[in-house]
Design a binder for this molecule. Structure first.
Ligand SMILES: NC(=O)C1=CN([C@@H]2O[C@H](COP(=O)(O)OP(=O)(O)OC[C@H]3O[C@@H](n4cnc5c(N)ncnc54)[C@H](O)[C@@H]3O)[C@@H](O)[C@H]2O)C=CC1
Ligand SMILES: CC(C)CC(=O)C(=O)O
Ligand SMILES: [Mg+2]
Length: 347
């Protein structure tokens, strides 16, 4: 029996994870759950956003299903205690270096997309985002310069091993899809990106069946909106992948539709919607739970060997959407639990 660590977190996290859990329960799989606090709620109850007791369960679990962290009442805390550090800490402690963020347009969501319908229909891509390095994990701090000016700094760095292992995930992902990998960087100005590009080109020698291209991140942001159909798999660093995936979500209709899988090199994974805790709508029943439900499907497929059950969940979400189920972000009036009901109704 597989053990799932359930980490609902803050804001809309618990609201969307409740719906994902209802869907998992409906499938009658051999799963057991341990729910543990993380983020602001863990800080308020246990004094730390990522308590050792939560990490213990995370380490023991076969997979983690995560909601979101971020609590505005914690905004004035020192950096190491801020709820957001919890998700960064989990990714680092568990070695979850590769983040898969698939973006497709579900039939019927053309109206919700920020793109023209005929352009929106073309979006079918995966962003492979490096998750353990880059500017998020480099040396950072504040100092006062001799001239008295305050300065903040975050060091951006990647070593060749980090780039090589995520490049391999990018190539492997492309190989299983349409065979096209676009590496996104800023090699015209960043030393980090120049190394990134060199290493990606070296790795390409092992994947003659995959077509590799390179694109600067500013152009990639523009091309995602102009012509998303040109992308199959994008491999990129932590910061660029974070930003581009939020943008891709609006091409696909809403940030409430995009799931993600954060994987180590042995099949363990943390699964979470790409969105945050959305304090502006928390507690109002407005959150779209589809990204969390689809994240549960990714968990079944990638960590638990339950591809058929994953397919069923994805098909149920697609059918519910096709039949008109819509939360507010998709232009509808359904509550979070009504959207969960719609998916369960199909199942
Ligand atoms: N993995 C994580 O836990 C993440 C945490 N955060 C944290 O979340 C907090 C809020 O960050 P924001 O920048 O506002 O990003 P956010 O993703 O929480 O929200 C951005 C906008 O999208 C909307 N939105 C997000 N998810 C939605 C859903 N499922 N259904 C409908 N609408 C949805 C929100 O209402 C908001 O208007 C911050 O503390 C941030 O650091 C942000 C991103 C990821
Ligand atoms: C706390 C943030 C780094 C999380 C985030 O925005 C993300 O992973 O998408
Ligand atoms: Mg993000």
């Amino acid at each position: 029996m597989a053990l799932i660590a359930l980490l609902p977190g803050d804001g809309i996290g618990p609201e969307v994870i409740t719906q994902a859990r209802r869907v998992l329960d409906a499938l009658d799989l051999d799963l057991t759950y341990e729910e543990v606090p993380v983020g602001g709620v863990a800080y308020h109850t246990l004094g730390h956003p990522l308590p050792e007791s939560t990490l213990d369960v995370a380490r023991r679990a076969d997979a983690l299903l995560f909601g979101a962290v971020g609590d505005p009442t914690c905004d004035n805390l020192e950096r190491s205690l801020r709820p957001e550090q919890a998700i960064l800490g989990l990714r680092k402690h568990l070695g979850l270096f590769s983040n898969l963020r698939p973006a497709t347009l579900f039939e019927g969501l053309e109206d919700a997309s920020a793109l023209k319908p005929e352009v929106a229909r073309q979006i079918d891509l995966v962003i492979v985002r490096e998750l353990n390095g880059d500017v998020y994990f480099g040396e950072k701090g504040r100092r006062v310069r001799p001239d008295g000016a305050r300065e903040g700094y975050d060091i951006m760095s990647y070593d060749e091993h980090e780039v090589r292992r995520i490049a391999r995930v990018g190539f492997e992902t492309a190989r299983k899809r349409r065979g096209q990998l676009c590496s996104v960087d800023k090699a015209n100005v960043l030393e980090t990106s120049q190394l990134w590009r060199d290493v990606v080109i070296e790795v390409a020698a092992d994947y003659p069946d995959v077509t590799l291209s390179h694109m600067y991140v500013d152009n990639a942001a523009m091309q995602l909106v102009r012509n998303p159909g040109q992308f199959d798999v994008i491999v990129t660093g932590n910061l660029f992948g974070d930003i581009l995936s939020d943008q891709a979500s609006m091409c696909a209709g809403s940030i409430g539709m995009l799931p993600s899988a954060s994987l180590d090199d042995a099949g363990k994974g943390l699964y979470e919607p790409i969105h945050g805790s959305a304090p502006d709508i928390a507690g109002q029943g407005k959150a779209n739970p589809c990204a969390a439900i689809l994240s549960a499907a990714l968990m079944l497929r990638h960590s638990l060997g339950q591809a058929a059950a994953a397919d069923r969940i994805e098909a149920a979400v697609a059918r519910a959407i096709r039949d008109g189920a819509r939360t507010a972000d998709l232009g509808g009036t359904m509550t979070t639990s009504a959207m969960g009901d719609a998916v369960l109704g199909v199942l």
